[in-house]
Design a protein around this ligand. Structure first.
Ligand SMILES: Cc1ncc(COP(=O)(O)O)c(C=O)c1O
Length: 419
């Protein structure tokens, strides 16, 4: 039996298990896209069972440090052997240190931290803190994405995901992202505003300059709360710790996740002002979760913050972001300008908007054929995202440039009617 046929047999076994026990539609999709089995990952590379070392520019924004960053893996491994999950009755020193570290990089004034197991759970905590602070109505944004648990879904701006689960939270109103006047029309002292600094799953929508500051002012004038979801935009993705830093605003509550666990552990988090956190500070049982803030997760958070500082990840993200955005623009402008609406982004969150979802899918297939993994956008299927790690080297950049050009050329062949 050849190594190739053993690999094929293994893939068939995995596909069969998907169809039977995981999700039959995901299994079918994997067959259609010829997706390999993911075998291992390191740095910017993911090894597939097809023998290809893929350059990972996707991963839904998790891998700013690349895969298996050695410092994060070492911290998690040491913790794993010492004390992975705490009793919760005694003090958890890893949680205390991670909370201090997270507060130290958060916008000034945000000092209270609650670690969660996912991004959606962080959104839940943000919404619950707002309720505890007396805010009974929510204003969220069309196309915003905050997760798929029931509370997070209630404020997620895509009806297609919400409607099958109605009724959701009451008193949620959606307004256009970037339009502060629309927000002001509905804002009262009972409101909490939930938004992202840049809508990531919404298709990398960057708001007009001054928008977040105007939202902050509107909240201050009415007494409303501002919850900024930085689950995807934060922890360096935009070339700063937070989108809030770039905009010069301090929200009342900041949500984080994804990069927070260094691409090694699933962790989310909420950082809030002492005022908004006061009720939970007084009664910690109002929100708790068995695994939240585990020593294992906390060790990953502390190591991740250290790596971002020590390795100049924010600067590198800005540099690489500008180059890759230009590279993507150059590839599509040269080969398929008629199929592309826009190339935009901030730092290493880059979106290419195509004339239709089908064209975006063809570009995705082209990139995979070229050995590059992109991200699909959950709320905007005509936009393909590149969320590469900040550890790409010169050879990776060359490879990405060739892949973008190759995928753009593939488009002109695959979409002949529009070409
Ligand atoms: C801005 C934002 N908020 C919340 C979430 C939900 O996070 P999770 O998938 O970890 O629940 C996401 C995930 O993509 C996100 O991009």
């Amino acid at each position: 039996m050849t190594a190739g046929s053993v690999r094929d047999e293994h893939r068939d076994l995995v596909l069969g298990r998907y169809r039977k026990h995981v999700n039959k539609t995901l299994g079918r999709l994997a067959r259609l896209t010829n997706a390999p089995v993911e075998l291992s990952a390191s740095g910017a590379t993911v090894r597939g069972s097809d023998g290809v070392d893929y350059l990972d520019c996707g991963g839904y924004g998790v891998f700013l440090l690349g895969h298996c960053h050695p410092a994060v893996v070492a911290a998690v491994r040491a913790q794993l052997e010492r004390n992975p999950l705490a009793t919760r009755l005694f003090l958890n020193p890893e949680l205390a240190e991670a909370a201090e570290q997270l507060a130290s990089i958060a916008p000034a004034g945000l000092g209270k931290v609650f670690l969660t197991n996912s991004g959606a759970e962080a959104t839940e905590v943000g919404l619950k803190l707002a309720r505890l602070a007396g805010k009974s109505s929510v204003i969220a944004m069309h196309n915003g994405f905050h997760g798929k648990t029931l509370g997070a879904l209630s404020v997620t701006g895509r009806p297609q995901y919400r409607e099958p689960f109605a009724p959701l939270l009451p008193d949620v109103r959606f307004v256009p992202f970037g339009d502060v006047e629309a927000l002001r029309r509905h804002l009262t002292g009972d409101s909490v505003v939930v938004l992202e600094p840049v809508q990531a799953e919404g298709g990398v929508r960057v708001p007009p300059p001054g928008y977040l500051r105007a939202v902050r002012s509107a909240c201050d004038e009415t007494g409303a709360l501002m919850v900024l979801d930085e689950i995807q935009s934060g922890m360096g993705r935009l070339g700063a710790w937070w989108g809030a830093d770039l905009a010069g605003v301090t929200p009342d509550v900041l949500l984080t996740g994804k990069i927070l666990g260094g691409g090694v552990m699933p962790v989310g988090g909420v950082v809030a002002t002492p005022e908004v956190f006061a009720r939970l500070d007084a009664d910690p049982l109002l929100h708790s979760s068995t695994f939240a803030g585990s020593p294992l997760a906390a060790a990953a958070v502390t190591a991740t913050i250290r790596v971002i500082n020590d390795e100049g990840i924010l600067e590198r993200t800005r540099e690489l972001g500008a180059r890759i955005q230009e590279m993507a623009r150059e590839a599509v402008t040269r080969h398929c300008p008629h199929l592309v609406v826009d190339v935009r982004g901030e730092g290493l969150l880059i979106g290419v908007e195509f004339v239709s979802p089908d064209v975006a899918t063809e570009f995705l297939i082209g990139l995979l054929d070229e050995g590059v993994i992109p991200s699909y956008s959950l709320n905007s299927s005509a936009v393909l995202r590149l969320t590469p790690p900040a550890v790409l080297d010169a050879a990776d950049l060359d490879r990405l440039a060739r892949a973008l050009a190759g995928a753009a050329r593939h488009l002109t062949r695959a979409v002949p009617a529009a070409a």
